[in-house]
Design a protein around this ligand. Structure first.
Ligand code: FES
Length: 153
C-alpha cells in the first residue's frame, strides 16, 4: 500500500515521512538551516545519500528483522528504493528499477516485489524469482548506526 507520497511499510502505512534526502551538492546546506537532525550522507560533495531515522513512525517497519519499506524517487535512485531489514544489524537497499526494461517495481508483499509491466518478481535479496527479468536489482550500500540508516548513491 502507498500513501500519497508513495511510501509504504509492510502492514502499516503512515502519512508522514521523515526522510531526509540529501543531495551532497546543496541539499545539506538547505537542511543545515532548518534544525533537522539529518546529516549529510557524504561530506566531500561526491555521491548523494538518503538518511532515515528509524525512530520515526513512518520508518518503524525497518526496526524488526524482515521488515520492509519502499521509498519514492530520491537522491540515490530516480525510481526509488526497496529497503529490507536483513538482520539485527543490517538493512539492504535496492533500486526499484526493474532489471528487465526499467519499470518501477512495487512494494514487497509477502517477501516478493513485483513489476507491474511484465510480471517479474524479486525476493528480499533483490534476486529475480520470476522472469522475464533475469538479473538482480541494483543494490546500494546501506549503513545502520543505531537507529540511523544511511544509504549511499
Ligand atoms: S520492465 Fe519489469 S518485468 Fe518488464
Amino acid at each position: 500500500m502507498n500513501d500519497e507520497r508513495g511510501n509504504s511499510a509492510s502492514g502499516e502505512v503512515s502519512r508522514r515521512t521523515f526522510i531526509k534526502v540529501l543531495a551532497a551538492s546543496g541539499g545539506a546546506a538547505a537542511l543545515a538551516g532548518c534544525g533537522s537532525a539529518a546529516t549529510p550522507a557524504s561530506g566531500d560533495g561526491g555521491a548523494a545519500g538518503v538518511t532515515l531515522d528509524l525512530t520515526q513512525a513512518a520508518n518503524q517497519s525497518l526496526t524488526q528483522t524482515g521488515g520492509t519499506l519502499s521509498l519514492e524517487a530520491n537522491a540515490v535512485d530516480q525510481k526509488g528504493l526497496l529497503l529490507v531489514r536483513s538482520s539485527e544489524t543490517a538493512v539492504r537497499a535496492f533500486s526499484r528499477k526493474c532489471t528487465h526494461l526499467g519499470c518501477t517495481v512495487g512494494d514487497f508483499q509477502n517477501g516478493t516485489a513485483s513489476c507491474p509491466c511484465h510480471g517479474s518478481q524479486f525476493d528480499t535479496g533483490g534476486k529475480p524469482v520470476k522472469g522475464p527479468a533475469s538479473t538482480p536489482l541494483k543494490e546500494y550500500p546501506a549503513t545502520l548506526s543505531g537507529t540511523t540508516l544511511t544509504i549511499q548513491g
